[in-house]
Ligand binder design. Structure first.
Ligand code: SF4
Length: 145
């Protein structure tokens, strides 16, 4: 019987990719979070926009996958990238992945549009070794009237 009352932190993800080459230095383990409130004209991952799709996963489960790839991350100067979707709308999940990676000396990158409350935007990006603020076209794809 567990004596811990802690609830595992979970998030909703679209997918994970174990050999990312374009989301930061080296070869990377990439977590694509689900959900983004923006509707960029040239969205690179439109199927990540709706928050209710994707699948729920705990940080523990994500970390179990990440540690399998530590050796190639080390040899290529890679690490873990959290992207989306917009990873800052699930900031508890994103923050905990970064914290756990950094405990293990794994390089972390946040790929964000920067869409977040000032408090979140001031803390979570600073927990990542690298930050990529993607500048995209914020023109709605649909207009009414
Ligand atoms: S911020 Fe990213 S995921 Fe969100 S709509 Fe724009 S390109 Fe798509």
């Amino acid at each position: 019987m567990s004596l811990s009352n802690e609830t595992p932190i979970t998030g909703r993800i679209h997918s994970i990719e174990s050999g990312g080459m374009v989301d930061g230095p080296g070869i990377r383990f990439v977590v694509f979070t689900q959900g983004c409130p923006l509707r960029c004209l040239y969205c690179h991952n439109p199927d990540t926009q709706t928050l209710w799709e994707g699948r729920e996963i705990s940080v523990d489960e994500v970390m179990k996958e990440i540690v399998k790839y530590r050796s190639y991350m080390r040899f290529t100067g890679g690490g873990v990238t959290v992207t989306g979707g917009e990873p800052l709308i699930q900031h508890h999940f994103t923050r905990e992945i970064f914290r756990r990676c950094q405990e293990q000396g794994i390089h972390t990158t946040l790929d964000t549009s920067g869409f977040a409350s000032p408090k979140v935007a001031a803390t979570v990006p600073n927990m990542s070794t690298w930050r990529c603020y993607a500048s995209r076209h914020l023109i709605p794809r649909y207009t009414i009237g």
